[in-house]
Design a protein around this ligand. Structure first.
Ligand SMILES: N[C@@H](CCC(=O)N[C@@H](CS)C(=O)NCC(=O)O)C(=O)O
Length: 272
């Protein structure tokens, strides 16, 4: 039996849901409400001591970390195969996982916070907000969250996020010119890893800041969002109200995001 601890708008859970859908696997879902701090309840911390979603329970064995869950699913349920057959291909695929886990996850969180969740946090009481900040055990993560809450798109962490996306989209375009998928002919976990992050930028009305001048990436995005697995895992799990709020609070930042991307592009830099 497969059970996913998930939250509809969690980008990490979305990766896993796309993988499950690609494989046609049925699974139970337990919703962990991140806005009422259910991720920090003792019962859930026993499942995932990091206090984050997703977590997968496969016949009583718990797997955490979305990139690892996706690879686990691909090994346990090999059809259709979502990893390359050769070691070199798998190494290239894992480079995309690292890109997401080490750079884009934080980038997306900062951008989403500066646009939208910041608004939600503004409507909390002082006490609820303090609890939210205090619940973030990792001091650096807390510092980032507080900076993004206080400074929004002007936060240095948001600037870092904009730069991280610039680096990733430049790499994507280079690969996708060969395409149609990141590793060539077959869609792999490299593509699935990227989908929720690109989707979030699109919901926020910010994607064009990076894709206007990248036709191959735009074509990949159209291909990705048309997948059934994408629709059931992301599109149909996002309410109209959520989509409207993301667009409303995100798109007002578009011009500033473009300016900050231009600032980054003007800076001399070493290879990424
Ligand atoms: N590296 C982890 C990150 C998981 C993560 O941070 N998930 C977010 C949602 S996308 C979460 O649960 N956040 C709750 C919190 O930070 O309090 C993974 O890929 O599974």
């Amino acid at each position: 039996m497969l059970k996913l601890y998930s939250y509809n708008s969690s980008i990490c859970a979305q990766k896993v849901r796309i993988t499950l859908a690609e494989k046609g696997l049925s699974f139970d879902t337990e919703n962990i409400d991140l806005f009422t701090n259910e991720q920090f309840k003792p019962a859930y911390l026993k499942i995932n001591p990091k206090g984050v979603v997703p977590a997968l329970d496969h016949d009583g064995r718990i797997v955490i970390e979305s990139s690892l869950i996706c690879e686990y699913l691909d090994e346990e349920f090999p059809e259709p195969r979502l990893t390359p057959d050769d070691a070199f291909g798998r190494a290239r695929m894992r480079l995309w996982s690292k890109e997401v886990d080490e750079h884009l996850f934080e980038a997306t969180r900062e951008l989403s916070f500066s646009a939208m969740f910041r608004e939600r946090m503004r409507s909390m009481t002082e006490e609820q907000r303090a609890t939210r900040f205090n619940n973030v055990g990792d001091p650096i993560k807390r510092e980032r969250l507080m900076s993004t809450y206080a400074e929004g798109v002007e936060s240095p962490y948001v600037y870092q996020g904009i730069a991280n996306f610039e680096v990733a989209f430049a790499k994507m375009e280079k690969e996708l010119i060969k395409g149609p998928w990141l590793l060539g002919e077959r869609m792999t976990l490299a593509d699935i890893n990227m989908m929720p992050f690109v989707a979030r930028l699109n919901y926020l009305g910010l994607l064009e800041a990076w894709t206007d001048d990248r036709p191959a990436t735009k074509a990949w995005w159209e291909r990705a969002r048309a997948l059934r697995s994408f629709r059931v895992s992301i599109t149909e799990k996002t309410t109209e109200a959520e989509a409207a709020a993301m667009k409303q609070f995100g798109s007002v930042l578009l011009e500033r995001v473009r300016q900050r991307r231009d600032d980054y592009l003007r800076q001399p830099k070493a290879a990424a």
